[in-house]
Design a protein around this ligand. Structure first.
Ligand code: FAD
Length: 480
């Protein structure tokens, strides 16, 4: 065995199974330094948000324990990775560095700089594909352009073969002596005063074992009915794998392989499997867009939207963030987000549409709020989805499709379970008025102990007026 160690630099791939960078490092037969760098400097405004930091803490703790079982340690360092990684290489005399690729623009620039510097110093650097099934440069139109529309993109993906799964190494040989490491607690990733994350604890199990468990639960209990149940707000009909996928505790290839195998054993699962894999396809598509259009998180993809007369209404924005808009389905969703760090996909579309179209507030403010509060905050998925709802993105929903929050609530939360769960102050209201309490007769409100304007707000904006206002604004930018 060569004594010069290999550094495995883990980032959004906090797992041992199907980790191509780790597998390559093990294959090098060098003793390993497994490194995680908390880099708050490179991402600029996209520094990891509060909820994500909570997840990161738990996930790194789980990873460190998994590594220890196989004989390795996790070295933690903080700072600009462009300085930290070469410093670790110098300190240890490492001869090779391995990582799985990231696609965020700031990470790509940083990684290219690190790669060039290390190679110049004679260090082997190998980057692998671990976060996606299909590298963005692999999937091109017949005219050799990146895809801008999802359906043909995904069709093209499904014609490609994928790499094989890399099994988890049984044993790891750690480099000794181990390098100095920060303690996880010293990073203060979990909130204390106040601890706004108490609602996260019972719901989530960050780490590789938690990811596999979530996948198992979904495949055995939800896959069959996924195409219909995924839109129902009050049911737990989706996988809730998004934070696990974002942090790379499980790879999309593992998810796809397990899903296809479940459907191969039970043909009745095929319809659910196809739909579910299409959603994973949206994840690939979003990253593909970010890769080819790196300004996606900050700039309208369709520049016609630059002229949109956004309103600078801080009071309305605050009411939205706090779940106090007076529209129950919007408020339930915003409170679900605050309490659990998660929001149902249908609800994300409803609240995003409400912010952009009813309140005429710039989608970037909503994007930033989600960035800070979602456990699955992901630059590509978040930016693509916000622009999709706004109508400013590639393959976006048309701007004139304006969700009516009352009918959306009635359709996707027909029994009111979702609203009652997150808005206990409305729990006693009859279903007939639950999604539009302002239409309830005084007696129904009194029976349910509701005083509009006191225990629950009046709507902060009138739906019909807001709809006309948004359509007029859109007509204006279209004709400009
Ligand atoms: P499932 O339905 O079980 O889907 C499986 C996986 O497919 C998800 O875990 C996710 O990785 C991927 N996926 C599903 N839907 C989408 C989608 N529309 N776009 C991209 N990938 C998708 N997802 C994030 O992971 N991070 C975000 O920051 C994020 N922000 C969003 C913002 C808005 C305004 C909207 C409308 C959607 C956003 N999404 C985001 C997409 C989607 O809402 C979540 O991925 C999904 O709700 C996660 O729940 P799940 O894991 O149970 O999904």
């Amino acid at each position: 065995m060569s004594e010069s160690p290999a550094v495995v630099w883990l980032r959004q791939d906090l797992r041992l199974a199907d980790n191509p960078a780790l597998a390559a490092a093990v294959a090098s037969k060098r003793p390993l330094i497994v490194l995680y760098v908390l880099d708050d400097e490179t991402p600029g405004p996209w520094r990891m948000g509060g909820a994500s930091r909570w997840w990161l803490h738990k996930s790194l703790a789980a990873l460190a324990a998994d590594l220890a079982k196989r004989g390795a340690t996790l070295t933690l360092r903080r700072g600009d990775a462009a300085k930290v990684v070469p410093a670790v290489v110098r300190e240890s005399g490492a001869g090779a560095v391995y990582w799985n690729r990231l696609y965020e623009p700031h990470a790509r620039t940083r990684d290219e700089t690190i790669k060039a510097a290390l190679k110049k110093a004679g260090v082997t650097v190998e980057s692998s594909s671990g976060a996606l099934m299909f590298e963005p440069w692999m999937i091109r139109t017949k005219a050799d352009q990146p895809f801008k529309v999802f359906t043909p993109f995904w069709r093209a993906c499904l014609q490609q073969t994928t790499r094989s799964l890399a099994p988890a190494p049984r044993k790891l040989t750690a480099y000794t002596p181990s390098l100095p490491s920060d303690t996880l607690d010293s990073w203060r990733l979990v909130p204390t005063k106040p601890n706004w994350a108490t609602g996260f604890e019972p719901l989530w199990k960050p780490g590789e074992a938690g990811a596999l468990k979530a996948l198992d639960r979904f495949l055995s209990g939800c896959l069959e009915h996924y195409p219909d149940a995924r839109d129902q707000l009050g049911t737990h009909g989706t996988s809730r794998l998004s934070p696990h996928l974002h942090f790379g505790e499980i790879s999309p290839l593992q998810v796809r392989t397990a899903t296809e195998s479940a459907a191969a054993h039970e043909p009745r699962l095929q319809r659910g499997a196809d739909k579910f894999l299409t959603e994973l396809g949206w994840r690939e598509f979003s990253t593909n867009l970010l890769f080819h259009w790196p300004t996606l998180p900050e700039q309208n993809w369709r520049d016609g939207f630059d002229a949109m007369p956004w309103r600078d209404d801080n009071a309305a924005f605050e009411a939205w963030t706090r779940g106090r808009t007076g529209y129950p389905v919007v408020d339930a969703a915003m409170r679900e987000l605050w309490i659990t760090g998660y929001m149902h996909n249908r609800a994300r579309m409803i609240v995003a549409s409400f912010l952009i179209k009813h309140l005429m507030i710039d989608w970037r403010r909503g994007e930033a709020w989600f960035w800070d509060t979602l456990l699955d905050a992901d630059l590509a998925n978040n930016a693509t989805s916000w622009q999709w709802v706004a109508g400013s993105g590639a393959d976006a929903a048309p701007y004139f499709r304006i969700f009516n929050p009352v009918t959306q609530g009635e359709r996707y939360d027909a029994d009111g379970a979702y609203v009652r769960r997150w808005l206990p102050e409305l729990a006693g209201l009859d279903n007939a008025y639950l999604h539009n309490p302002w239409t309830a007769p005084e007696s129904a409100l009194a029976d349910a102990r509701i005083k509009l304007g006191e225990t629950y707000p009046h709507p902060i904006v009138d739906h019909a007026m807001a709809r006309e206002r948004a359509l007029a604004a859109f007509a204006e930018i279209r004709n400009a």
